[in-house]
Write a protein that binds this ligand. Structure first.
Ligand code: SAT
Ligand code: MN
Length: 586
């Protein structure tokens, strides 16, 4: 009797008609064969073997460089279950329309079967997925991003308990590009794109869209969050999970070199993008990182902003859409190396200064997590790490202060639900437009976000020791349009305050939006930021927040009666706190 997996693979092969089928065992030898295939495909080069051993540069199709949210669909029977913030297609229509595109799609190509585990191999929280793909780049990337091969097949055995994901490059025509999630049957179909989040199906499609649905069904959480441990001078490590939209610095925060290292504060990396969390026996929420690698944004990463990342990616890494130097080394803006003579841009064309950036703004590195210099010794603990703080954050030139603490869980959920951020190059579409992005999950929640907020509220009641909830904003700008806060290594100063608040210390002043550090609440020694800049960074401007409240109200309205009333309540309480404050000042 064939196993359920074998049956599915057979069925897929009947539709897509590949020339041959390769089962990926996760071995180094097979990885090298896949690399050879990539080199033959012509869009991949080997980098300098002396300075970047076992590293590749991949150039994707120029029309295929970011997630495409406009063609990403949640396919539930009821439209309302996908909710107003997701694109929706009925499963029947999706199967019919996109099924046709898969027909014969792998003719003449190799079909790779990639079994993988999301999460540590022996963790009860982990889950098995299987991606079938005709892209060698996807196979090589998946081997870095997840635990691929034999271990997954061993864990699965003859069971049908895996999430199947079917992927084909198709003809790479954006008109025939679809990223489909079928959460009711736990199935993923993706065609027409070879780009990261569209094509590495273990990442956003499974670990967030499908997993968020599973998490609600089963009483746990799948979140777009990095996980880090902050060590204090006593040697104790406190774990925090932080949600920021794509390309807002999650990888940099998770891998941060601390400006307060000499005072005994350092950061340990557990994960940089996704957290799966369950309530542990100790009453804390425990988080695992379902991934095994980092898919980080290259531009802006340099020895001063993040030398940890720079050290991590010197071997066994895949670079996508960065520039190339004549010495066969990767190059991007912000690497702190002058563009050398003969630099090629991300399309492989000769770069000249007037030509715009040499690296695509969403160019990426894919690096094994265990190469991070400060990887936590607990990053693969089967039971995960206990989370003491949640941090929400976005890119806001105005409005949100550098950091504030919510008044409690329900208010914290509201803070997450009203999150907003300026869009980035991580997804196609306009860049720099402020949009609401609750919990940084707008593009990744696999169901109606009103139900997602309800799930958050319910989880709060069930967690005996819930994380405290904070909001940060590294991106506030002054009147001159320049960033007020230096960011990067200095962000540890904010983490230290968060840690102190978790410990019941940390000086704070009450404002309508939450607890904000007092002027002497943050450790600022050794930092050149003027008092007036700090005041501006921590300022809560009633005028800005009035607009914010109006915009949030509109955002909430689209959920109609499905929105939990607790959020309306929090909304009017915030408005009232501002009104009271204004009345006092008058
Ligand atoms: O392309 S990914 O979705 O994996 C990265 C991101 O946009 O967060
Ligand atoms: Mn992400």
């Amino acid at each position: 009797m064939p196993t359920p997996l074998e049956q599915w693979v057979e069925e897929v092969a009947r539709t897509t008609r590949p020339q041959r089928i390769v089962w990926c065992d996760g071995s180094e030898q097979q990885q090298q064969e896949v690399v050879e295939q990539m080199l033959r495909d012509g869009s991949t080069l080997r980098l300098n073997p002396q300075t970047y051993p076992n590293c590749l540069l991949h150039r994707s199709h120029p029309n295929d460089v970011a997630r495409t949210e406009n063609v990403t669909f949640i396919c539930t029977r009821e439209k309302d279950d996908a909710g107003p913030t997701n694109n929706w297609m009925s499963p029947a229509e999706a199967k019919q329309k996109v099924g046709g595109l898969f027909s014969g799609a792998m003719t003449g190509r190799t079909m790779y079967v990639v079994p993988y585990i999301l999460g540590p191999v022996d963790s009860p929280i982990s889950k098995v997925g299987v991606e079938v793909t005709d892209s060698a780049y996807v196979v090589a990337s998946m081997r870095i991003m997840a635990r691929v091969g034999k271990a997954a097949l061993d864990r699965l055995g003859r069971s049908a308990d895996f999430v199947p994901g079917l992927h084909s490059l198709g003809d790479l025509n954006p008109e025939r590009r679809y990223i489909l999630q079928f959460p009711e049957e736990k199935l993923i179909w993706s065609i027409g794109s070879g780009y990261g989040g569209n094509a590495l199906l273990g990442k956003k499609c499974f670990a967030l869209r499908i997993a968020s649905w599973m998490a609600r069904e089963q009483g746990w959480m799948a979140e777009h969050m990095l996980i880090l441990g902050l060590e204090d001078p006593s040697g104790k490590v406190t774990y925090m999970a932080a949600a920021f939209p794509s390309a807002c610095g999650k990888t940099n925060l998770a891998m941060m070199i601390s400006a307060l290292d000499s005072q005994g504060y350092r950061v340990w990396t557990v994960g940089d993008d996704i957290a799966w969390m369950q309530i542990g026996r100790d009453g804390y929420l425990h988080a695992i990182n379902p991934e095994a690698g980092f898919f980080g944004v290259a531009p802006g990463t340099g020895p001063h902003t993040n030398s940890n990342v720079m050290a991590a990616l010197r071997r066994n890494s895949i670079f996508t859409n960065v520039g190339l130097t004549p010495a066969s080394e990767p190059w991007w803006e912000g690497m702190e190396i002058d563009p050398p003579e003969g630099l090629l841009d991300w399309k492989g064309e000769r770069w000249t200064p007037g030509k715009g950036p040499a690296a695509h703004p969403n160019s990426r590195y894919t690096v094994p997590a265990n190469q991070a210099p400060h990887i936590s010794s607990h990053w693969e603990d089967p039971s995960g790490v206990p989370i003491s703080a949640f941090i929400f954050g976005g890119r806001r030139a105005r409005v949100a202060p550098l950091v504030y603490e919510s008044f409690g869980w329900q208010h914290g959920v509201f803070v997450g639900a009203m999150m907003a951020s300026e869009t980035t190059a991580a997804a196609t579409g306009a860049v720099g437009v402020t949009r609401r992005d609750p919990m940084a999950m707008l593009p990744f929640c696999g169901y109606n976000m009103a139900d997602y907020f309800r799930h958050w509220l319910e989880m709060g009641k069930r967690i005996p020791h819930p994380p405290k909830i904070f909001h940060v904003n590294w991106f506030r700008k002054g009147a001159d349009g320049k960033f007020l806060w230096p960011g990067f290594v200095e962000n540890v100063r904010v983490l230290k305050w968060i840690l102190e608040r978790v410990q019941g210390k940390g000086k704070a002043a009450e404002t309508p939006v939450g607890w904000v550090p007092t002027p002497d609440g943050l450790t600022l020694d050794g930092l050149e930021v003027s008092r007036s800049t700090m005041e501006e960074l921590l300022r809560v401007s009633p005028a800005d927040w009035t607009t914010e409240l109006e915009d949030t109200k509109k955002f909430f309205e689209q959920f109609g009666r499905r929105l939990p009333p607790e959020l309306h309540e929090e909304h009017s309480q915030l408005a009232q706190r501002f009104e009271r404050r204004t009345a006092v000042l008058k």
